[in-house]
Design a protein around this ligand. Structure first.
Ligand SMILES: [Fe+2]
Ligand SMILES: [Fe+2]
Length: 237
């Protein structure tokens, strides 16, 4: 490395050190105290609008895993409890359909449509929201102890759960990778930050103060109820 090049490297490293961004590769090396103090005093970074929608997809995907477990248990001699099924379907209704999808339909889709972007994708996404709501109506009707005693209804319920999972996996994946990046690109940073705050307010209005955190706790209970709570059990052997 030339003398000039190593001087430039040294200067850029020291400026990063000053900003508390690099603190060497030594194992266990502590960051410079100035950076640490700054972090302790400042507020944690806020969740932006699309990150918010994506972590909501995380809750929905975990509920889909509960749906999958219920669907396969419905075909065995020990079907899932009706109250567990009803709670999972109610979480989809309350959190996914009445909150998350409504937010997409009221705040995300119209802005993109107005900008002439992602029209065809949004048309399909809207259709899937409607199809999902119909499936949830049926799932809620069949999630009763009486209905679960009937073999035909158990089979129909398993099919509805599978159809919901099959539709929602690609739905959320397209939103994460195509819709939300296109949505983010419509905004200047300050405007996007403000939108994130509005999303947060809407979350608390519709879901209550616990909002996202309560939904995570709820889905964790459902995972325990159907025996899929141990993440390590999913590790490939
Ligand atoms: Fe959606
Ligand atoms: Fe979504």
């Amino acid at each position: 490395m030339s003398r000039d090049a190593s001087r430039r490297l040294f200067l850029s490293m020291t400026s990063l050190m000053g900003a508390g961004l690099v603190w060497g590769e030594t194992a266990g090396a502590a960051p410079p105290s100035r950076g640490k103090e700054k972090k302790e005093k400042s507020e944690p970074a806020e969740v932006n609008a699309t990150e918010d929608l994506m972590r909501e997809h995380g809750v929905i995907r975990r509920t889909l895993l509960v749906y999958e477990a219920c669907a396969s248990q419905l075909g065995t001699g020990s079907p899932p409890r009706a109250d567990v099924l009803a709670s999972a379907a109610n979480l989809i209704r309350r959190f996914a359909e009445n909150y998350h999808e409504r937010l997409e339909e009221e705040q995300v889709f119209p802005r993109l449509e107005k900008a002439g972007k992602q029209g065809e994708l949004i048309r399909v996404l809207r259709e899937q929201h409607a199809a999902g709501r119909k499936l949830t109506d049926g799932i809620l009707k069949s999630a009763t102890p009486v209905a679960l005693q009937d073999a035909g209804r158990r089979q129909a319920l398993a099919s509805s759960l599978q159809a919901f999972v099959r539709m929602y996996q690609p739905h959320a994946a397209r939103e994460d990778t195509e819709l939300f990046p296109a949505f983010h690109a419509l905004f200047a940073e300050a405007e996007f930050h403000e939108l994130g705050e509005r999303f947060e307010e809407q979350e608390h209005q519709i879901l209550g103060a616990g909002g996202f955190e309560s939904a995570v706790a709820e889905v964790a209970q459902l995972e325990t109820a159907v025996g899929i709570h141990d993440l390590a059990a999913f590790t490939a052997r």
